[in-house]
Design a protein around this ligand. Structure first.
Ligand code: ATP
Length: 235
């Protein structure tokens, strides 16, 4: 289980997250929604210890995450796909995926490349192409594939649909939901695309100016008529 307790995050003097409490049970999937600047990316960076100064407690499977240096966290089973994807542009698709496998946690079975290409059929024909020669949608698929190749226990996805064509968003939603289901991966997704969150997760949090203003199921989200108007940009 991922547990975030009384998390405060700061960039210099700017206090960005204010006393966040959030929990994702093992194998469950959660979306964090919020307007631009609500603090969604800061949450993922705080959990993965990759940016802001953090106070409070972040634990996964009872282990404190804040104290772990980044490559240890990968071995602990955490994979983070940042908003800018960070794929390696000067090596091939196949080599990008191989690097993901290299980061695998020793207590998780390694996922063979053939399985990755089965989940991401778009990548098979591109396996010899350099990362930098891919389209935005292909790069996003590769970023998720590389993260999944490490067979994570906990997957953090930062706005994976940003800038993607609707048909790619649909494909990605199916793929993410299928893999998390099959592999029992715990997912924490931050998104502005409500449709994508609904397709891939069962629980939703809404952030506004660095605070949790709603948490519940998608049915509870739908039943609360004020939440979208007050805290989310009008779609
Ligand atoms: P978006 O949907 O636009 O990505 P977000 O909800 O992910 O937004 P964050 O990126 O977490 O929001 O930003 C939250 C606040 O923190 C914003 O006011 C932003 O300007 C500020 N911020 C983000 N990164 C930094 C940084 N490196 N230094 C200073 N302030 C930052």
């Amino acid at each position: 289980m991922l547990q975030v307790e009384n998390l405060n995050a700061f960039y210099g003097q700017s206090h960005i997250l204010h006393g966040i409490n959030l929990r994702v049970e093992a194998g469950r999937r959660t979306t964090v929604l919020g307007r631009n600047g609500a603090g969604k990316t800061t949450l993922l960076k705080s959990i993965s210890n990759s940016g802001p100064r953090v106070e409070g407690r972040v634990s996964y499977d009872g282990r404190e995450m804040g104290q772990r240096i980044w490559f240890r966290r990968a071995k602990d089973g955490l994979a983070f796909v940042p908003e800018d994807r960070r794929i390696f542009t000067h090596i091939t698709v196949e080599e990008n995926i191989e690097l993901g496998r290299f980061g695998a946690s020793p207590d998780r079975t390694v996922i063979p490349p053939a399985q990755i290409y089965e989940w991401f059929p778009m990548l098979g024909p591109l396996r010899a192409r350099l990362g930098g020669q891919l389209s935005g949608g292909q790069q996003q698929m590769l970023a998720v594939a590389r993260a999944v190749a490490s067979h994570p226990k906990l997957l953090l996805l930062d706005e994976p649909t940003e800038g993607l064509a609707p048909v790619i968003v649909e494909d990605l939603a199916k793929i993410v939901a299928q893999i998390c289901e099959e592999q029992k991966i715990t997912l924490l997704l931050v998104e502005q695309n409500i449709w994508f969150g609904r397709q891939t997760t069962d629980t939703v949090y809404v952030f506004d100016t660095g605070q949790v203003v709603f948490s519940g199921s998608w049915a509870e989200f739908d039943a609360d008529e004020t939440i979208r108007d007050r805290h989310l940009a009008v779609a």
